[in-house]
Design a protein around this ligand. Structure first.
Ligand code: KG4
Ligand code: ZN
Length: 335
């Protein structure tokens, strides 16, 4: 089955052609147009600017994906598009375009939950992933741990109480003037650093429930730099701070995993979302998986960030909705 996958729930406009077969999904083409240059001056995504840019880019992004795959719209057997959650203007642009394209080309169309997309990014490398799986989905908007009974069934186990892990990276980068988006910049600086900065104190939760919190980390980085402005000037101290932030976020994200693996007899762990591009998190999760004796699947970086291929991968195995034409994008779409 030939599937076109479209994703524009935030600031990336992406289209992919994916071939689904008994061997699993295979990427035939993948186009992704980032808007980093547009949002960089504001230090974060401006929803209205993002939606307008999708409107401008969408047609050529879809056309390029079809051309690169050497297929015509009429050759497609399914069009899969992100339905939510996400920024409503951004979602509506592509959802409406997908509907129109499907209607005109008489191709079945399916709305996909963005989080199911992130899970299904792992299907490209690990189509026979053992279930139940834990799915750690970490991005600029999400820091959620799910239990996946299958590729299309996610149940929330735990989430951040405040900021997402990606926000902590982005805010650290902003405090250190490393540019936007911050995660890749912090990661790069950390890789070349030798020394570590003093550790950060992990948050304590009075009610004792397993949880994450990243807003305190951002404040701690800010306070350190404000009380010692020289920290943000020298390459070595910036590198040391980035290395410590990288290791701290990785350690905090992975800390609850062993308990949840035990409670749910999980056979595998998927780590996906933009923050799963992080070198320390990738290495740490692989090490932890080995120690726990479970399969760890972390999609290649271009499939961790928002992309059309992951939406096609999920859309290929979801059952088609009964009323697709009356369905609409939903900013708060639940699983
Ligand atoms: O999934 P994504 O592309 O978009 C959404 O937020 O949905 O994730 C973007 C987030 C940003 O916060 C970005 O700084 C972070 O992922 N990120 C990273 C790395 N690459 C991207 N964070 C840490 N290390 C990285 N290498
Ligand atoms: Zn995402």
């Amino acid at each position: 089955m030939l599937v076109l996958g479209l994703e524009s729930s935030c600031d990336d406009c992406s289209a992919a052609v994916v071939e689904e077969s008994a061997r699993g999904p295979q990427i035939i083409s993948l186009i992704r147009k980032t808007q980093d240059h547009l949002h960089a001056p504001y230090g974060g995504v401006v929803p209205e600017l993002a939606a307008r840019e999708h409107l401008i880019q969408l047609r050529s992004v879809i056309q390029s994906a079809l051309t690169q795959a050497n297929v015509k719209a009429a050759d497609l057997e399914r069009i899969a598009v992100t339905r939510g959650p996400g920024l409503i203007g951004c979602l509506l642009t592509t959802f409406s375009a997908a509907k129109a394209m499907a209607w005109y080309s008489k191709v079945p169309f399916i709305g996909v939950n963005h989080l199911l997309g992130h899970l299904n990014a792992a299907r490209f490398a690990e189509p026979n992933l053992p279930f139940p799986a834990l799915a750690l989905l970490v991005s600029g908007g999400h820091t959620h741990l799910y239990l996946a009974e299958s590729w299309v069934n996610l149940r929330l186990l735990m989430k951040t109480r405040d900021d997402a892990a990606g926000e902590a990276f982005d805010k650290t980068a902003r405090i250190l003037n490393l540019g936007y988006p911050g995660g890749p910049a912090v990661d790069e600086r950390a890789k070349s650093a030798v020394e570590l900065a003093p550790p950060f104190t992990p948050p304590k939760f009075k009610d004792g429930t397993p949880s994450w919190s990243f807003s305190g980390l951002k404040t701690a980085v800010k306070q350190r730099v404000e009380s010692n402005p020289a920290l943000s000037k020298a390459d070595e101290s910036v590198g040391a701070l980035c290395k410590t932030v990288n290791e701290t976020i990785t350690a905090w994200l992975l800390k609850p995993i062993p308990d949840f693996v035990g409670i749910h007899s999980a056979a595998s762990l998927v780590v996906s979302g933009g923050v799963a591009c992080n070198s320390e998190l990738r290495a740490g999760a692989a090490r932890l998986g080995k120690k726990l004796g479970i399969t760890v699947s972390i999609p290649e970086p271009r499939l961790c960030t928002d992309n059309g291929a992951m939406i096609a991968s999920a859309g290929a195995i979801l059952s088609a909705s009964a009323a697709p034409w009356t369905e609409n994008a939903d900013a708060d779409l639940k699983l």
